[in-house]
Structure formats: structure tokens, C-alpha cells
Write a protein that binds this ligand. Sequence first.
Ligand code: GAR
Length: 200
Amino acid sequence: MTARLVVLISGNGSNLQAILDACASGELPASVVCVISNKADAYGLVRAKNAGVEAVHFAKLSTETRQEYDQRLADYVTTKQPDYIILAGWMRILSSSFLSSFPNKVINLHPALPDTFPGTHAIERAFEAYQRGEIDHTGVMVHLVPDEGVDNGPVLATEIVSIDKEDTLETLEARVHQTEHVLLVNTLKKILEEKVTRSY
Ligand code: GAR
């Protein structure tokens, strides 16, 4: 079975690229059927086009509420018949107007461990906490998105990322992103394999 993935992004799309590469190599038994960005200039849209995948800039209209936008987005995503919706650097909180259409299907990636540094600039905030002597490591996580909680929900996988004395924010960011690329693909792979097993 080839799973249908819709990937939501807001920026660079390096994690989207990891998914696209894993689909192309056969590592993931899946195909990305659509990439959606709330930002017109997200480089991830270019990555999608380069891979021959539908790339959509889905902008919020000034005349619509957040709930109306989320409902319109849910209606569009539904037409793609996704098995899973991956939030790979999607920097908008989804309301129940979206989430209620896809129970147990929305998966978020966050560059920090559970219950630490939710929201934006998580790596930067972890680095600052390290410099203040408050933490000696950070990490990444993949989790389900059941509700509007920010970067919070049933955890599917975590990986610790060490922070070293020699680190700069840039070197830490690079190590966190490398870890994310591997953890995201491995977690999706596990989920898809379990789904295949369960369907027999
Ligand atoms: C990733 O680090 C992802 O974990 C983070 O945005 C980055 C997107 O990078 N997401 C969040 O912070 C969600 N709160 P990418 O566009 O290169 O994949």
C-alpha cells in the first residue's frame, strides 16, 4: 500500500525534502500528493514543484475568520484523500475546524523535547537556556495533533540532541535539523508499516 501524504509547510521545507527523498527512494511506502504553504515565498513550494508534486499557496483571506480559513483548508485537504497530514514547519495553530476532519491523522514535528520550548524559535530558546546553565541537552519530537495545544499531543517519537561547549546557535541548529530529518522519516515509516500490518 502506498500511503497518501499531504505536507503543510511555512518555510524552507528541509523536512519536506527528507520526506520527498524517502518516498522517491522507496524508503517510505508513501507519496506526497500535495504540499500546502500559508506563505507565498516558502522555499518548500519550490522543492515540491521540483519533485513534480502539487504545490499550493493557501493564503488566509482578510475577509475570513481563522475558523473559516481552517474549514476551507480542511475541505481542500479532504479532496486529496490523505492517509496522514504532516506539519513540517507549519507555523500556524490549527483549530478544531481543521483538526476535527482528521482525527489521528495530523502529525507535527517540533525541534524540542515534549513540554519544552513550544512555539517558535525553539532551538534558539534551548541554546539560550543552555548558556544560562539550565539544560545540557535538547531534542526533537514527532507527535499527533489532537487539539489546539501548541506543539503538544500524544508523542510518537523523540530523540535527544546534545549541546556542546563549542556549539554556536548555527551548529546546534544544523544538528537539530539533521536529527529531525532522520526521526521524521523513521517515525513515518514505523507508522505506515504498522498500518499495513493492522489492515490484515
Ligand atoms: C523545523 O525545525 C520544525 O521542527 C519547526 O520548523 C522547522 C521547519 O524547518 N517546527 C516548529 O517549530 C513547530 N513549532 P524546515 O522548513 O526546513 O523543514
